[in-house]
Design a protein. Structure first.
Length: 209
């Protein structure tokens, strides 16, 4: 959405508060995918069901997988509650998270930028897959929650701008400017948070997720 500001808005496939790990597409969402020619996703590790949907509904669409964007810093899954300690192979880890991010969006050929990203559930029928939902998925390979690293966010802004510019050259300068502005906003927020946390550098803490 930040990159498309001024040219249009992405359409979401999974709305805020729903789980991306195990999601059933609504007919309207399936239709949106079928009409898309440019789709952005985090990766199969976050939305394992999406690959089959894309193969069936949008076989000709260009799919940009952000986890594989050059420069992305990815971490392996960590099972241990204490980072750096040998993992407990029998440990179950609840995945309670709020995916408030730019995932899986599509871009229409008429350039009205009616894109699809983590998406549009009706207000009266939201899935209860947000906080408190335990996801028992395979904890091997790369942790897909890579947007939590601010540097990845900046890299992905550029990747999104590049893909949009290729599909819509007329608005390429706008996409590049928006990506640069978004990166500057991330830098500013990172500096502010770092300053706030500086007095707590040696403090131990427990993370929710």
């Amino acid at each position: 959405a930040r990159v498309m500001d001024g040219a249009g808005a992405p359409r979401l496939i999974i709305q805020h508060g729903a789980s991306p790990h195990d999601y059933a597409l609504r007919p309207s969402e399936a239709s949106a995918l079928a009409q898309a020619d440019l789709i952005f996703q985090i990766g199969d590790a976050l939305t394992p069901w999406l690959g089959n949907a894309l193969a069936k509904l949008a076989p000709k669409a260009q799919v940009v997988t952000l986890l594989t964007a050059p420069g992305t810093r990815a971490l392996p899954f960590r099972e241990s509650a204490v980072f750096g300690v040998e993992e407990d192979e029998g440990h179950d880890h609840d995945h309670d998270h709020d995916h408030d991010h730019d995932h899986d969006h599509d871009h229409d050929h008429d350039h009205d930028h009616d894109n699809d990203e983590h998406h549009d559930q009706d207000n009266g029928h939201e899935q209860e897959h947000g906080h408190g939902d335990a996801h028992d998925h395979d904890h091997e390979g790369v942790d897909p929650h890579a947007w939590l690293d601010p540097e990845n966010g900046k890299i992905w802004l550029t990747a999104i701008a590049d893909a949009l510019s290729e599909a819509d050259p007329q608005n390429a300068p706008l996409y590049a400017a928006n990506a640069a502005a978004g990166a500057a906003e991330i830098d500013k927020a990172t500096a502010q948070i770092s300053a706030q946390l500086a007095p707590l550098q040696q403090t131990r803490f427990v993370v929710f997720h």
